[in-house]
Structures are given as structure tokens and as C-alpha cells.
Design a protein around this ligand. Structure first.
Ligand code: FCB
Length: 444
């Protein structure tokens, strides 16, 4: 267990042009629900037994009111960049027009970041779909992709040149699979017939928004953020390897292959007809619009074996595990980055999320989260090694700036490098936050 973070002396990650940041998302930190339209996560939180502690995003970290202090906090960590998301239901009205108050709220944040010389990495969709769009079919309705394009158009005009980088979507896998197939995220639909249809409309939304963002904000870097859970076979048997490859195509390659190869993995043809995405002529061209950067989120891996009736069977996570039950396996991060670099012609890459939930204890205003520091250390090493092996990685964002609403886990899991006392809203920088700050300050 250590209290410091370090990198080899010659590491490119110790140069000033390597970007370090912290990340958050609107629904997870803002609160301020009265000042926006309802979204699918409000509805999901109101549905019994969906959120572990029966909580919701009504107050969260009260960042809606505390944003000025929070930007001071971000600044105090010495980071170069802040990755935040825009709440679509805060900035767009039911009639599809800009909501001035919501836009002004984000303009104030973006201007403050600019004054402090902190680059704004803005995600346009981090899962908080306006409820009225869900009532119209949500991501199962092709029209939602066009609604997203419209929102991206209006908001990028309003933000002018305040945004260093735009990501269209955060983790379309989670929106599509967890939200519309497994039912463990909002809107909570269950059924294989929904997941890939939703995924296609999400990717279409991304592709439709890309040229609009480039036209409105030519100096911004524009891309998308994908999450990957690398798949490993339980044994070297052909059956286990085939099952694992299927899972990898289904969960991971599904979202990246269309961006670079203009097609879904071959397993698409094996899906029953009613589970196929509704692909219209020209869609794959739209989806494969060139991107300036790829954001990669990584937390853990998964292990699979052959199953006689299902395509694959996922095994329980092995130890060591974080507080959310995810295996700590940094080698998968390195192997992911190098394998994606082999498979695709990648644009510059940013690690847009990486971090760990730990069972933090606060005593006398100190959180001594050496376990989280160890997680960061091993994963920063993995990024360093991937860069050494030729992957063009430009930056790294810790998930998260502060503890927050962890979706179906509510407030029971803490991912922050800053501790949040939800009763008082007091923020306390954890030992991991201090270690991150120190690492960043060591660059030359
Ligand atoms: C990612 C999400 C992020 C956070 C982390 C732990 O899937 O993008 O909002 O919840 O997981």
C-alpha cells in the first residue's frame, strides 16, 4: 500500500503536454431538479427496487448550487482538464428550443474554467435522456437520433469556443445494453430485441452530431467515449475461446467496429431477425464519420466460458475486487489499449474514465485510501506501457472528481478522489486526490 503515485522518469506521461483531468456527469452530481425537465433516471429512481439504497438524483452533490466551490476544488488539484456532461433536459425545452437559464448555467461554468485555464471536455449525453423523448420510444425510436443532432447543434452554437473537446455520447453500451436489454439502468427495458436497436440509434445520433459539431465548433476536438470490459476465456479450450470472442463482439467491438470499419461484427447476422438493428441505407457511412479523438473508459475485465444453451457464460469476478465487486486486473487495460491499436487505425486516445470504488472511511477529516492509490498506480503504469508500445494516448481522467450518485448502486459506492459528506455537502480531498495532485505537479 502506498501513499504516492509515480511513473518512470522518462515517461511521456510526465511531460506537460500530457493532459490530466477529473471527470463527472450531470445526473450524478448536479441535483437542481426543479430547474430542468424530468429525465429517464428520475423516473427509474422513482420505480421501486431499481436503486440499491432507494435514492435519487434530486440533490446528489448539490453541484447545481456549489459549482463555484467545486471549480475551486478542481483547480486546487492542479489538473489541466475537467470532463463534465451537459444535462440535455436542462438546456432544451419540450418544444426543442434552448432553455436560456440552463444554457446560462453551463456558460458560467465554462467561462470559469476558461478563466482558470482548465480545458473543458464536454460530454453531450451521459445517460439523462429527457423523459418526454422516452415517452416517444426513447432510443428505440429513430427520431431520437435526430433530436440529439438538433440538441447538439443548438448547444454547440451557444457554447461558442468555450469547449476544448466534445464527446457526443458516453458509453453507448451502457445506454443500450444496460438500459434497453438487461434492464438494470434507465429506462429499464428487458429483452434482446431492444438492445441492438437502441445501440444503432445511439451510434446514428453520434454520427449525425459529428459534422454539426465540427461546423459549429471547428477548433474543438470532437469524438465519442466508449467503455470496454475486455473478455478473457476461462481456459484455452476452443469452445471457451469461441464463447469469449462472441462476448467481446457483443459487448465491446459492437460499438467501435462501426466507427472505423462501417460495419457491425459478423455475429450480427446470427442474431434472430427480430433482434437485428434497423439499418437504413447510408447509416453506416453516417456512423463512421471521422473523429478527432477516441475516449476510452476502463475499469475491469470479464471471464467467459462455453455454455451449451447460451452463447456464453460469464463467470463471477475474481479477487482482488474493488468495493463494487469488479476485479482489479490492470493487465487487461494494457492489453485492451494495444489490441485496439492493432485492430483499428485509432485517432489520438484519451482515457476518459478510470478509477475505483473503495470502502472509504473518513476520520478526523482524513481519508487514507491507499487501496485506491494502488489501483491508480497500477492502471497508470498500464497506460504508460501502452504508450511505450506505440498507442497515441494524450491524456487521462480520474473517475471521479468526487463521490456521487453511482446509478443503480445509489450513494453506496464511492468513486471520488474527493470525499463527499452527503449530509453537509462537505468535500474532503482523499489521500488519492493528494497523490494525483502531486503526480501532476511533477511534470516537466
Ligand atoms: C461508468 C460511467 C460513470 C461511472 C463509472 C463508475 O460506466 O460512465 O458514470 O458511473 O462507470
Amino acid at each position: 500500500m502506498s501513499s504516492k503515485l509515480s511513473l518512470p522518469q522518462n515517461s511521456k506521461m510526465l511531460k506537460r503536454d500530457f493532459t490530466y483531468g477529473v471527470a463527472t456527469a450531470s445526473f450524478q452530481i448536479e441535483g437542481g431538479v426543479e430547474q430542468r425537465l424530468p429525465c429517464i433516471w428520475d423516473t427509474f429512481c422513482d420505480t421501486p427496487n431499481k436503486i440499491l439504497d432507494a435514492s435519487n438524483g434530486d440533490i446528489a452533490c448539490d453541484h447545481f448550487n456549489l459549482w463555484q466551490e467545486d471549480i475551486e476544488l478542481i483547480d486546487s488539484l492542479g489538473v489541466d482538464a475537467y470532463r463534465l456532461s451537459i444535462s440535455w433536459p436542462r438546456v432544451i425545452t419540450k418544444d426543442g428550443e434552448l432553455n436560456k437559464d440552463g444554457v446560462d448555467y453551463y456558460l458560467a461554468i465554462l467561462n470559469r474554467l476558461k478563466n482558470k485555464n482548465i480545458k473543458a471536455f464536454v460530454t453531450l449525453y451521459h445517460w439523462d435522456l429527457p423523459q418526454h423523448l422516452e415517452d416517444n420510444g426513447g432510443w428505440l425510436n429513430r427520431d431520437t437520433a435526430y433530436q440529439f443532432k438538433h440538441y447538439a447543434d443548438l448547444i454547440s452554437q451557444a457554447f461558442g469556443d468555450l469547449v476544448y473537446a466534445y464527446a457526443t455520447l458516453n458509453e453507448p453500451f451502457c445506454s443500450a445494453y444496460l438500459g434497453y436489454e438487461a434492464g438494470i439502468h434507465a429506462p429499464g427495458l428487458v429483452g434482446q430485441e431492444y438492445g441492438k436497436k437502441a445501440a444503432h440509434h445511439l451510434l446514428l445520433a453520434h454520427g449525425l452530431a459529428m459534422p454539426v459539431l465540427k461546423a459549429n465548433s471547428p477548433n474543438s476536438q470532437c469524438g465519442i467515449v466508449l467503455n470496454f470490459t475486455p473478455c478473457y476465456p476461462e481456459s484455452a479450450s476452443e469452445a471457451d475461446k469461441a464463447a469469449t470472442s462472441y462476448a467481446d463482439d457483443y459487448f465491446n467491438q459492437w460499438y467501435i467496429k462501426p466507427l472505423f470499419d462501417k460495419q457491425y461484427p459478423n455475429i450480427c447476422q446470427q442474431l434472430p431477425a427480430h433482434c437485428q438493428p434497423d439499418i437504413q441505407a447510408g447509416d453506416m457511412e453516417i456512423i463512421a464519420h471521422s473523429i478527432d479523438f477516441l475516449g476510452i473508459n476502463f475499469y475491469t475485465r470479464a471471464i467467459y466460458r462455453h455454455h451449451d444453451d447460451k452463447k456464453f457464460e460469464e463467470l463471477p469476478a475474481r479477487a482482488p475486487r474493488t468495493d463494487i465487486g469488479w476485479e482489479i486486473y490492470p493487465m487487461a487495460f494494457y492489453e485492451l489499449l494495444t489490441s485496439l491499436n492493432d485492430l483499428y487505425t485509432l485517432p489520438p486516445v484519451y482515457i476518459t474514465e478510470n478509477g475505483a470504488a473503495m470502502a472509504d472511511k473518513i476520520t478526523d477529516s482524513v481519508v487514507n485510501d491507499t487501496d485506491r492509490i494502488d489501483y491508480y498506480q497500477s492502471h497508470l503504469n498500464a497506460v504508460h506501457n501502452a504508450i511505450e508500445d506505440g498507442v497515441d494516448i494524450k491524456g487521462y481522467f480520474a473517475w471521479s472528481l468526487m463521490d456521487n450518485f453511482e446509478w443503480a448502486e445509489g450513494y453506496t459506492k464511492r468513486f471520488g478522489i474527493v470525499y463527499v459528506d452527503y449530509k453537509t455537502q462537505l468535500r474532503t480531498v482523499k489521500a488519492s486526490g493528494l497523490a494525483y495532485k502531486h503526480l501532476i505537479s511533477e511534470r516537466t
